[in-house]
Design a protein around this ligand. Structure first.
Ligand SMILES: *Cc1c(COP(=O)(O)O)cnc(C)c1O
Length: 458
C-alpha cells in the first residue's frame, strides 16, 4: 500500500512563531503553567484542541462570501437545515453559536433538581450544563473503556448493564433523556459501535426514555464503524452516519469539530413540544430560529463542511494521521491510551510519570514540559479537569484516568509537524524521572481547568 497523503493542496498559509527555551520558560511562568492562559502567538504547534481549529476549504470560504444575511428566512439557513435533515433525519434543526449553547438550551428544558442524565462519558461542558440546570450527570463507560493500555475496537461504548440498573434504581421519570457521546471525547476519543448505539436505543425505548447523540465527531465515529464493525465495510460513511442518527431522538452538535468550521453548532430533534420550548429559549438567548447564534455565512460554511467531512479520502487521511502519531509514540515506549482515538492521542500520565501522585497533577506537569521543550500546547484530562474535592475530608477525588490530550486540528498540520511532535514527546519522556508535580494556587468554582493557576512543586 502507498503512503496515505493529505487529500488536499495548500492555497493559503499562516506562519507559526518560533521561541527560545528561555522565552518559553518565562511564558509558562506568566501563564501560571496553564495552557489556556498561554497566548496563541507563543505556541509553535497547537494541539490544545481540535475544536474550532479546522482549516476551511476553498468551497467553504466561497460559501462565506455567498452567505445570505437576511434576519428571517435566510437562504443559508434552508441549506443548513436541508443538509442536517438529510444527514440526521430529525424534524427540527435549531442553530446555536456552539455546542454548549445547544446543551444549555436542551438542559434548561429537561433538566432540574431531581433529574438525572446518563451518558457513556459526559464532555466537560455537557456535564457543566447538566449540573447548571440542577440535574445530575452520570457516566457509564464500559470496563474496557477504563483500561488505557487495552486494545479494543469500541472502547467508547456505553455499559448497558450499568445503565439499565441505574434506570431501575432512579425510575424513568427521573431520567428525561440519555446522551451518547460519539466519539467518546473524554474517554479517549474512542468510538461507539453501531451495535451499542442500537442496543442503547432499544433499551431506552423499552423504558420510554429519549436518546440524544452528542454528535460532535459523528463522521469519525462512522468511519471507525466502517473499518471495525462486521457488516459495514461496504456501506458508505454517509449511510453509516444516517443509521447512527436513526436510533436517536435528537442530537447536540458542536460544528467546531466534524463540520470543519471555526464556530457554530446546533440542536436537532424530533419532539415537537421540546422543539417549541427550545426555540423559545433560543430567541431569548441566541437569536431568531433561522439563524440562532450564527451569521448566514457561518450556516453556509457549516452546511458545506458537513458534506466535506463525509469524504472517505478525507476520513482515511484523518484517522491514519492520528494513528500514525500514536504508533510512533508507542514505538518509542511512550504510554498512550490504546488504540489512538479519532481526533487525538492521549498520553497516559499515570504510566508516563508514575512517581507523581494524582494530587500533584501528573498530566499538568507533562503539559508544561511539552511546552517547555518544544512549544507544543496540549491539555490535561485528569484530576485538574475532572477532579472533585471531598466536602468531608477536603481531599481530592480523582477520576479513573490521568491523561494528556494531543488533539489534532483538522487539515491544519502536515506529517513533518507531527514528526516534530514525536521528537519532542520522546525528549520529554527521556527526562521524565526528573519531572515534578504541580500545585493549584487559585481556582474558580466551575470548569477550573480553563483558568486555574499552578506552580511547580519544588
Ligand atoms: C466540543 C464538545 C462539546 C461542546 O461544544 P462547544 O462547541 O465547544 O461548545 C460537547 N461535547 C463534546 C463531545 C465536545 O467534544
Amino acid at each position: 500500500m502507498k503512503t496515505i497523503i493529505e487529500p488536499f493542496k495548500i492555497k493559503s498559509v499562516e506562519p507559526i512563531r518560533f521561541t527560545t527555551p528561555a522565552e518559553r520558560e518565562a511564558i509558562l511562568r506568566r501563564a501560571w503553567y496553564n495552557p489556556f492562559l498561554i497566548r496563541g502567538d507563543d505556541v509553535l504547534i497547537d494541539l490544545l484542541t481540535d475544536s474550532g481549529t479546522s482549516a476551511m476549504s476553498a468551497r467553504q470560504w466561497a460559501g462565506v462570501m455567498d452567505g445570505d444575511e437576511s434576519y428571517a428566512g435566510s437562504r443559508s439557513f434552508f441549506r443548513f437545515e436541508r443538509v442536517i435533515k438529510n444527514l440526521t433525519g430529525f424534524r427540527h434543526v435549531i442553530p446555536t453559536h456552539q455546542g454548549r449553547a445547544a446543551e444549555k438550551i436542551l438542559f434548561s428544558v429537561v433538566g432540574r433538581p431531581g433529574k438525572h442524565i446518563p451518558n457513556n462519558t459526559h464532555f466537560d461542558t455537557t456535564r457543566a450544563n447538566v449540573e447548571f440546570a440542577g440535574a445530575e450527570a452520570h457516566d457509564f463507560p464500559t470496563e474496557e473503556g477504563k483500561q488505557p493500555a487495552l486494545i479494543a475496537d469500541f472502547k467508547g461504548n456505553m455499559d448497558l448493564v450499568a445503565l439499565e440498573r441505574f434506570i431501575k434504581e432512579q425510575g424513568r421519570d427521573a431520567i428525561p433523556l440519555c446522551m451518547l457521546t460519539v466519539t467518546n471525547n473524554s474517554g479517549g476519543g474512542q468510538p461507539v459501535s453501531m451495535e451499542n448505539i442500537r442496543r442503547t436505543s432499544q433499551m431506552l425505548r423499552k423504558h420510554g426514555i429519549a436518546l440524544f447523540l452528542d454528535a460532535c465527531r459523528f463522521a469519525e465515529n462512522a468511519f471507525f464503524i466502517k473499518k471495525r464493525e462486521k457488516g459495514y465495510a461496504r456501506k458508505s460513511v454517509r449511510e453509516i452516519a444516517q443509521e447512527m442518527f436513526s436510533y436517536a431522538d435528537g442530537c447536540t452538535m458542536s460544528a467546531k469539530k466534524d463540520a470543519l468550521v471555526n464556530m457554530g453548532g446546533f440542536l436537532a430533534l424530533n419532539d415537537n413540544t421540546l422543539a417549541e420550548k427550545a426555540r423559545n429559549i433560543l430567541i431569548v438567548t441566541e437569536g431568531f430560529p433561522t439563524y440562532g447564534g450564527l451569521a448566514g455565512r457561518d450556516l453556509e460554511a457549516i452546511a458545506q463542511g458537513l458534506e466535506e467531512i463525509l469524504d472517505e479520502h478525507y476520513l482515511t487521511y484523518r484517522i491514519r494521521s492520528v494513528e500514525y502519531l500514536g504508533e510512533k509514540l508507542v514505538e518509542r515506549g511512550i504510554p498512550i491510551v490504546q488504540p489512538p482515538g479519532g481526533h487525538a492521542v492521549y498520553l497516559d500520565a499515570k504510566r508516563f510519570v508514575p512517581h507523581i501522585a494524582p494530587e500533584q497533577y501528573p498530566g499538568q506537569a507533562i503539559v508544561a514540559e511539552l511546552y517547555r521543550k518544544g512549544g507544543i500546547r496540549s491539555v490535561e484530562i485528569g484530576s485538574v479537569m475532572f477532579g472533585k474535592t471531598d466536602p468531608k475530608t477536603g481531599k481530592l477525588i480523582s477520576p479513573p484516568m490521568e491523561l494528556v490530550r494531543l488533539a489534532i486540528p483538522r487539515r491544519v498540520y502536515t506529517q513533518s509537524h507531527i514528526d516534530y511532535v514525536i521528537e519532542v514527546a520522546q525528549e520529554v519522556y527521556k527526562d521524565r524521572k526528573r519531572m515534578k508535580g504541580m500545585r493549584i494556587v487559585e481556582e474558580p468554582p466551575v470548569l477550573r481547568h480553563f483558568t486555574a493557576k499552578f506552580r511547580p512543586l519544588s
